[in-house]
Design a protein around this ligand. Structure first.
Ligand code: SAH
Length: 349
């Protein structure tokens, strides 16, 4: 029988569970604190809990903790890439980025992905499985413990489509922002989606204050369909309407992610059309020169074209940033450490 994953439970659920097992409610509070504040790696390190209670927990419940397989540390900018092994053997990756305003962690929401975006390494092997809330939290917990530095921002922009794992995502956000846990402000959490319309609308109604990032990448339905199969399911117009709904419902400014691909979506007309889409939604545009992926053959535009594209957006009053490439000297971009590992598990240390 599958055991209950206690790290994915809310404090109220944990109290009810322990009470139903004849334990005192305060044990749940202690346990919750060990898991989500002290970031205990196992139940045996929970030193103020009776030994018999710890042994019982170990026997009866699943305690999720991720194993670090490999850490790559960039000498250029302090970015660290983590390869983790899940309890069932799947591997996922996460990235720690150090900015002057604090440390940001980019987490995976699924092992693999079934969205099929043409330029993306994470989708090559398809979807393996959804991550549990505890497995999303653990990426942050282990990174905070390993680095010894506080994580202040979380972006759900690693492998996977978070809105394809909706319930676990929302539970993860509530646990991560809970004041009895790491207490990361919802405003410091960003969820990135390829544009699953019902998910965007549902998230808007959750009364959360997280930032939504839409992976737009193209300004017309036709062009978007060439890059992202999800566009066959949801028309660009519908996606933008859902984004408008999110903005009006939450008051949170959206981000449009736009991967610049040479000769595909980097023209002056593209910039103008992008500005026309972003303007009414007050969306911020994040430009990402496409990261070369071993299995893919998309190429970044030259520096000048990238620079002009950004200037064009600004000319139309759009707030645009160029995502600084971090960790170029390590397998820094988008699912590549995991890909490398899956191609040859013996390769990393
Ligand atoms: N599934 C979600 C989140 C994961 S991808 C989404 O689609 O938003 C995070 C971001 O990286 C997305 O904007 C995605 O389109 C982008 N991305 C993926 N592969 C890339 C590559 N090779 N170069 C640049 N951006 C890439």
């Amino acid at each position: 029988m599958e055991q209950t994953d206690i790290k994915s439970m809310t404090l109220a659920e944990l109290r009810a569970e322990l009470i139903s097992q004849g334990e005192k409610a305060f044990r749940a509070d202690q346990l919750y604190q060990w898991m989500h504040k002290k970031l205990a790696e196992n139940v045996f390190s929970m030193t103020n809990l009776p030994k018999a209670f710890r042994e019982w927990l170990e026997k009866e419940y699943e305690y999720i903790a991720l194993e670090i397989v490999e850490v790559q540390r960039s000498k250029l900018d302090g970015t660290c890439k983590y390869l983790f092994r899940l309890p069932d053997g799947h591997v996922i990756e996460s990235v720690l980025m150090r900015y002057h305003h604090g440390n940001s962690v980019c987490i995976s929401s699924q092992a693999g992905c079934r969205m099929g975006c043409r330029f993306c390494a994470s989708t090559i092997g398809g979807l393996e499985r959804n991550l549990k809330p505890s497995e999303m939290l653990e990426q942050i917990y282990r990174i905070q413990c390993d680095s010894g530095e506080r994580v202040s921002n979380v972006v759900v922009m690693g492998t996977g489509e978070p809105l394809d794992n909706y319930d676990n995502l929302v539970r993860f956000i509530r646990l991560l922002s809970n004041e009895k846990g790491l207490h990361i402000s919802q405003r410091s959490i960003t969820v990135s989606t390829c544009g699953i319309v019902p998910g965007i609308r549902k998230l808007a109604d959750e009364e959360l204050a997280v930032t939504l990032a839409l992976s737009l990448h193209a300004v017309s339905q036709e062009k978007r369909r060439e890059l992202m199969p999800i566009a066959n399911r949801y028309e660009l117009g519908e996606v933008l309407d859902a984004c408008g709904y999110y903005f009006h419902k939450t008051g949170r400014r959206l981000t449009f992610e736009y991967s610049l691909v040479a000769g595909v979506n980097d023209s002056r007309e593209d910039a103008k059309a992008l500005a026309a889409l972003a303007g009414p939604l007050h969306a911020h545009v994040n430009l990402i020169p496409v990261n070369p992926v071993t299995e893919r053959n998309f190429v970044q535009p030259g520096e000048k074209i990238i620079d002009n594209f950004k200037k064009n957006l600004e000319k139309y009053g759009i707030n645009a940033t160029l995502r600084r490439e971090m960790g170029r000297d390590i397998d820094g971009a988008c699912g590549q450490l995991r890909r490398k590992y899956l191609r040859n598990p013996a390769e990393p240390k």
